[in-house]
Design a binder for this molecule. Structure first.
Ligand SMILES: [Cu+2]
Length: 152
C-alpha cells in the first residue's frame, strides 16, 4: 500500500501544471533566416510560497531551448549558458535584451511577426507551465503591445 502511494506521488510530481508560476509577456524577434537561433524574453513570476528553479525549457518548434545570460567581457557582449534560474517567493525574473534570456536553437520555421512560439517550462519542484511567446519585429526591444496575442 505504501509503495502504491509513492508511485502515484511520483507520477504527479513528474508533471504538475502550476497555477502559481507564470511566464508572461513572452516575446521574441522575427529572424531574417531559417534554421536560426533566437532569444526569447518575458517575465517569470513566482506567486508560490517557496523558491522555484526553472531548469528546462522545451518547444516543439525548436531543436533545443537553453537558458542564457548575456555578459560583457572585455567590452564584448557574449552569452553564457546557465543551469537554472532561481526565483524567490513573490519575485519576478525578467528575461530581457542584454540580460537573462531563453535561446531557441534550430527553429523548425522562421519566426515571422505575429507568429507564436509554444514553450513548456519545467521547474525543479516538478511544476510545469505552458507559455506562448509572440514574435515581434526584427528591431523589437520590448514586449509588442498590440492587439494580436498568443493567449490560448
Ligand atoms: Cu543566448
Amino acid at each position: 500500500m505504501f509503495r502504491t502511494v509513492i508511485v502515484f506521488g511520483c507520477i504527479f510530481c513528474a508533471n504538475v501544471s502550476a497555477n502559481d508560476v507564470y511566464f508572461n509577456q513572452a516575446w521574441l524577434r522575427e529572424t531574417p533566416q531559417e534554421h536560426s537561433s533566437v532569444a526569447i524574453y518575458g517575465r517569470l513570476i513566482n506567486e508560490s510560497q517557496g523558491f522555484e528553479f526553472l531548469e528546462s525549457v522545451t518547444s516543439e518548434q525548436a531543436n533545443l531551448v537553453m537558458l542564457h545570460r548575456s555578459v560583457k567581457q572585455q567590452g564584448m557582449i557574449g552569452m553564457v549558458h546557465i543551469e537554472s534560474v532561481q526565483i524567490a517567493p513573490g519575485e519576478t525574473a525578467y528575461f530581457e535584451p542584454a540580460g537573462l534570456h531563453m535561446m531557441a536553437i534550430g527553429l523548425r520555421e522562421r519566426p515571422v511577426q505575429g507568429d507564436c512560439l509554444k514553450l513548456i517550462l519545467q521547474f525543479r519542484s516538478g511544476k510545469e507551465i505552458k507559455a506562448r511567446a509572440i514574435v515581434g519585429s526584427i528591431a523589437q526591444m520590448e514586449f509588442p503591445r498590440k492587439k494580436e496575442s498568443c493567449l490560448e
